[in-house]
Design a binder for this molecule. Structure first.
Ligand code: 6PG
Length: 462
């Protein structure tokens, strides 16, 4: 390979970076890698990914305009790498950040690099290690001309569904990272629902892991089909010696932050996402393992089982379906509000199409939403086909949640999704008493209708 001829450079050859490099190389593009750790470079070369001798050397060996994909940890490292390469770049060169960067940081980087004449693309890449190697879903944001230049490579390496690549341009600046952030919030919400369904089946219906595995596997060939169902069925089957691997896993769940960013941003935008909030809170509560163990001992807290409950696996399936659908809808509502607030140009159908394959939340539900959300202008719950479906399945969610609550198994994700539906489907809420109280003690005023002026009442009585 002569100088200045590689199609793309990848900085950061950890498992995601290396697998993406291998993926690109397998699609007849030439890729040059670099990682500060010699061991990573050696590993890459073992996989036939040539490596530059320094980051400057990588820059020098790329065709013009240079396309450099950063696969480094989100945060300061991204800025450090950008600083170390930007001086050697020419106007029109393209830097892509493929990590889970916070979208507001992407905005800052985009502004700075644009001033320097460098194009910046924030790429939300989903699919884990396997997806990176075999085809992830990619959500791009930034300069549309720069996107057009890298698009052939992204299309080649991405997953596809029905012949359509699961990669798309979501809008300016941080749009791609924004969509990926909400993707991860949904991911948290779905994972919590799966964990609760498993808990219900084992604790209250007395299922064995193997029975759960069989059920999840069966569901994975129905309307509940999806990546998370598939891997859960696999996880439940696997044992190490005598024991299920699951039983050897400490129950404090980790989180790198993308789910919490989704919830924090939803708060900023005034968008309710209780299914996502509950998932984050349960990961947090799981981290208080010492307190949980101590309290459980004090209370001798065992879950009371009601085997005669009459909650069948068919009802659990319906409950999962309704809860999953509601988690997706909360995420799509957030995306809808955010696109107006931040001037992103994606449509909800376009996002759903990008998530049809390759990403962690790919599922039959999101595939059906790609059609249902085609021209949605209002809250996605108001789409007739969507609320018809929910009307059918919500009663099972209600039975499952009620039964679990009475048994001391709280199912916070499922419950949150249920009350989200219940609250949204009531024309009148008791919040008018909150308005009255605010006016009573603070003279904050209340409206008598959505367009009326604020008025106050002389509340004091003897
Ligand atoms: C993906 C995943 C990926 C990663 C999450 C894990 O789409 O491929 O979302 O980005 O697995 O960041 O997040 P937590 O560590 O916060 O669970």
């Amino acid at each position: 390979m002569d100088n200045s001829s590689y199609n793309i450079g990848i900085v950061g050859l950890g498992v995601m970076g290396l697998n993406l490099a291998r993926n690109v190389a397998s699609r007849s593009f030439t890729v040059l890698g670099w990682d500060p750790q010699e061991e990573q470079r050696r590993l890459a070369e073992n996989h036939k990914i040539p490596c530059a001798s320094s980051i400057k050397d990588l820059v020098q060996q790329l065709e013009s305009p240079r396309k450099i994909l950063l696969m480094v940890p989100a945060g300061q490292v991204v800025d450090q790498v950008i600083r170390s390469i930007s001086a050697s770049l020419d106007p029109g060169d393209i830097i892509m950040d493929g990590g889970n960067s916070f979208f507001k940081e992407t905005d800052k980087r985009n502004q700075q690099l644009t001033e320097d004449g460098i194009h910046f693309l924030g790429l939300g890449i989903s699919g884990g290690h396997k997806g990176a190697l075999e085809g992830p879903a990619i959500m791009a944001g930034g300069d549309p001309d720069a996107y057009a230049k890298v698009k052939p490579i992204l299309v080649a390496l991405a997953a596809s569904y029905d012949g359509t690549p699961c990669v798309d341009f979501m809008g300016k600046s941080s749009a791609g990272h924004y969509v990926k952030m909400v993707h991860n919030g949904i991911e948290y919400g779905l994972m919590q629902v799966v964990a609760e369904a498993f808990d219900f089946l084992v604790e209250l219906n007395g299922y064995s892991y193997q029975q759960c595995a069989a059920l999840f596997k069966q569901w994975n060939s129905t309307r509940l089909q999806g990546y998370l169902m598939e891997i859960t069925a696999n996880i439940l089957k696997i044992s190490s010696g005598e024991n299920a691997v699951l039983d050897e896993i400490f129950d404090a769940a980790g989180q790198k932050g993308t789910g919490s960013w989704t919830a924090q941003n939803a708060l900023e935008l005034g968008v309710p996402v209780p299914g996502i909030d509950a998932a984050i809170r349960m990961r947090q509560i799981s981290g208080y393992w010492e307190e949980r163990r101590a309290l459980s001992k004090l209370l001798d807290g065992t879950v009371s089982t009601h085997q005669e409950s009459g909650i069948t696996s068919e009802m659990v399936e319906k409950a999962i379906y309704a809860a999953f659908l509601l988690v997706y809808l909360q995420g799509f509502h957030q995306l809808q509000v955010a696109s107006k607030e931040y001037g992103f140009t994606y449509t909800l159908a376009q996002v759903a199409k990008t998530w049809r394959n390759g990403c962690i939340i790919n599922s039959q539900i999101v595939r059906s939403l790609a059609g249902a959300l085609e021209s949605v202008k209002t809250h996605p719950l108001l789409v007739q086909t969507i609320n018809d479906q929910l009307k059918t399945d919500i009663e099972s969610l209600r039975f499952v949640v009620s039964h679990a609550v009475l048994s001391g198994l709280s199912l916070p994700g499922m419950s949150a999704n249920l009350w989200y539906w219940d609250a949204f489907s009531r024309a009148e809420l008791p919040t008018r008493i909150i308005q009255a109280q605010r006016d009573y003690f603070g003279g904050h005023g209340y409206q008598t209708g959505p367009d009326s002026d604020l008025t106050s009442f002389p509340w004091e009585v003897e």
